[in-house]
Design a protein around this ligand. Structure first.
Ligand SMILES: CC(C)(COP(=O)(O)OP(=O)(O)OC[C@H]1O[C@@H](n2cnc3c(N)ncnc32)[C@H](O)[C@@H]1OP(=O)(O)O)[C@@H](O)C(=O)NCCC(=O)NCCS
Length: 223
């Protein structure tokens, strides 16, 4: 069942001003494009991929409209990262029938990433553990599918935040989830140096929130 883009306030007391928008969408052929021009790659893609791309762009456009008064649609780089309009930055994610985007004014933070994931079953968590978790995390989160999902999602958010700054491939082994509390705050620690600004041991805060059976995470890099 398709709805309109909806402004979310998943977390209180955030350090910067941003807009976070979600949209429940259908992956069936015929989902509305609402005048958004499709890059060639997306125009040629399967209908399900087109639908998720459009849903993410609709969220991004609405987040930008709410932030700046202008609902521009981010472009798409050859490496698939979104190209945000001058003076803004943000991030996009989709999972199942839900898309989400976050946008802020450039200068309020260095980088931001968002991710949405279905909370994994025990079996899915154990299947993904060897790729997504470090040996220390595997030991610590064995049998805890929620923590595995959180580690996976927070690392996806971290990647999306850092990629525009570092433009390098990363792996799930480069960071680990070292803490989380009951108020939706978690911490990731870099296991290896990514750059002089991101040395091994640097910690990055993540926030997380449940949206039904989905888990939403965001990472902000403030400076
Ligand atoms: C690129 C990646 C994040 C995409 O994940 P996904 O499973 O398709 O999931 P999502 O729906 O959450 O995110 C997709 C969106 O991320 C955005 N994205 C894709 N590549 C990106 C990049 N290089 N940088 C920032 N954002 C990117 C896009 O907006 C994309 O949606 P779109 O193609 O419809 O525009 C994932 O495949 C990946 O490579 N992850 C690496 C994680 C990692 O190494 N973490 C460790 C960090 S230390």
């Amino acid at each position: 069942m398709e709805s309109g883009p909806e402004l979310l306030h998943p977390w209180q007391g955030e350090p910067i001003d941003y807009r976070c928008v979600a949209l429940r969408f259908s992956r069936e052929p015929g989902s509305p494009g609402l005048g958004i021009a499709l890059p060639d790659r997306i125009a040629r893609a399967a209908p399900r991929r087109r639908a998720e791309w459009l849903a993410g762009r609709r969220c991004a456009s609405e987040a930008l409209r709410l932030l700046t008064g202008q609902g521009a649609c981010p472009g798409m780089a050859p490496d698939r990262s979104p190209l945000w309009p001058d003076g803004t930055l943000g991030s996009i994610s989709h999972s199942g029938d839900m898309a989400v985007a976050i946008a802020a004014r450039a200068g309020t933070c260095l980088a931001m990433g968002i991710d949405i994931e279905r909370v994994m079953s025990g079996q899915a968590a154990s299947e993904i553990a060897s790729e997504a978790l470090t040996p220390w995390e595997r030991h610590r989160f064995e049998g805890d599918a929620f923590s595995v999902t959180l580690a996976f999602s927070a690392k996806e958010s971290l990647f999306k935040a850092l990629y525009p700054l570092l433009r390098r491939p990363m792996s799930f082994q480069l960071s680990e989830l070292i803490a989380r509390d009951d108020q939706g705050t978690a911490r990731l620690r870099l296991v290896e140096e990514l750059s002089p600004e991101f040395p091994a041991g640097r910690e990055v805060e993540a926030r997380f929130a449940r949206l039904g059976d989905l888990l939403l995470t965001r990472v902000l890099v403030l400076a």
